[in-house]
Design a protein around this ligand. Structure first.
Ligand code: G3P
Length: 217
């Protein structure tokens, strides 16, 4: 399973990257806003740190404009994946950009049918949004499972990039289902290390060790 980090926070990316936890990065207009940085500048900096795919999202809504923006974003570095929305125009842009040999991440996917179209348009990645489905009382993880089954039925090569991951449970659900990639905020990736029984066990060991009066160093 690959881990992408869903942020444009460069120090947070660098910290996780040093630990080998970063196979790629995803950004979107909201994350660029949150970073307070220029999109071209911050994306270039991220690409200088991370070897794997770095998603940079177009903001135009017409296919021709998306294609122009996608080409400009792809010019930042060879590991850019151009992110386009799952609209009819986005699919047209996906077809053209992927035909030029560029990685394309089709985002804002909320149904199996949308995922099928993205695969047929040549997407490298499909991004189904789990958390936003949960927000409307649907089961986001079920969508990942359904897309997994359909892609496997037809041997589609598009990678399932589970997005809008909000909790550590989302991560383990996606791993069990067999999502190819999860993209999660740094806080969620770090929270995966926590367990109440780990904390409790460590407290016990620390107290018992103090009673021995010994030192290792
Ligand atoms: O990768 C997409 C992600 O950033 C959306 O997450 O939490 O805004 O639904 P969220």
């Amino acid at each position: 399973m690959k881990f992408f980090v869903d942020t444009a926070d460069v120090p947070a990316i660098a910290e996780l990257n040093d630990l080998g936890m970063v196979d790629g990065v995803t950004t979107n207009p909201s994350l660029i806003l949150k970073s307070g940085r220029d999109i071209l500048e911050v994306t270039r900096e991220i690409c200088s740190i991370v070897k794997g795919p770095v998603s940079a999202e177009v903001v135009a809504q017409k296919a021709d404009d998306m294609i122009a923006e996608g080409r400009k974003l792809a010019g930042i570095a060879p590991n850019i994946a151009v992110k386009v929305p799952l609209t009819w125009d986005g699919l047209k842009a996906c077809k053209v950009l992927s035909g030029e040999g560029r990685m394309v991440n089709v985002t804002l996917c909320f149904s199996v049918n949308q995922a099928i179209l993205a695969a047929k348009a040549g997407a490298s990645f499909i991004s189904p949004f789990i958390g936003r489905l949960d927000d409307i009382n649907m089961e986001g993880a079920d969508l990942i499972a359904d897309i997994r089954q359909v892609y496997d039925n037809y041997d589609f090569k598009t990678e399932i990039l589970a997005a809008s991951i909000r909790t550590v449970n989302h991560v383990s659900q996606c791993a069990l289902i067999g999502a190819d990639v999860i993209t999660a905020p740094p806080s969620v990736i770090k929270a995966m290390a926590s367990h109440v029984l780990t904390d409790k066990g460590l407290d016990q060991f620390t107290r018992d060790w103090a009673k021995t009066g010994q030192k290792i160093l």
